[in-house]
Ligand binder design. Sequence first.
Ligand SMILES: Nc1ncnc2c1ncn2[C@@H]1O[C@H](COP(=O)(O)OP(=O)(O)O)[C@@H](O)[C@H]1O
Ligand SMILES: [Mg+2]
Length: 144
Amino acid sequence: MKKFKIGEEEKLIDVAKFLISNSNKDKNIISMSGDLGAGKTALSKKIASALKIKSEITSPTFTIIKEYTTQDKTFKHLYHFDVYRIKDTSELDNIGFFEYLYKDNSLCLIEWGDKIRDLLPDEKTIDVKIEIEGNVRNIEIGGI
Ligand SMILES: Nc1ncnc2c1ncn2[C@@H]1O[C@H](COP(=O)(O)OP(=O)(O)O)[C@@H](O)[C@H]1O
Ligand SMILES: [Mg+2]
């Protein structure tokens, strides 16, 4: 378990780098939990910038998934999910969610991962819990 206390948003880059350096081709799922506004998308943007993704990252709230190509050697693809609106496993099946988790050279970022946590393979998953405490974000990372 690793903990970060983040005061300013820019410092999320440290968390992003930590997550990338603790990920690999077998441990390639990052499940993020935290209330609305906790910073799941903000952290996703930092991860994207650490992977040298050129296009802008926007929240996949309405599309469930957005795909990006990176300039990184280990992870060529980033799949960014927001499963907040998922009510049924069949909705995940319909977008091929479970296939994405096993694609080669890919990193999967899942906002609201706690909602479907029991459907994610433990051995592949890093858990990121973000809590707001006044002006700071307490970030706990497990599964590393
Ligand atoms: N230390 C911080 N970490 C993350 N977000 C922060 C921080 N400080 C301020 N923010 C702001 O909080 C908001 C987080 O929103 P967002 O990332 O969309 O949350 P979520 O995706 O968890 O709903 C953004 O407007 C961001 O600019
Ligand atoms: Mg978000």
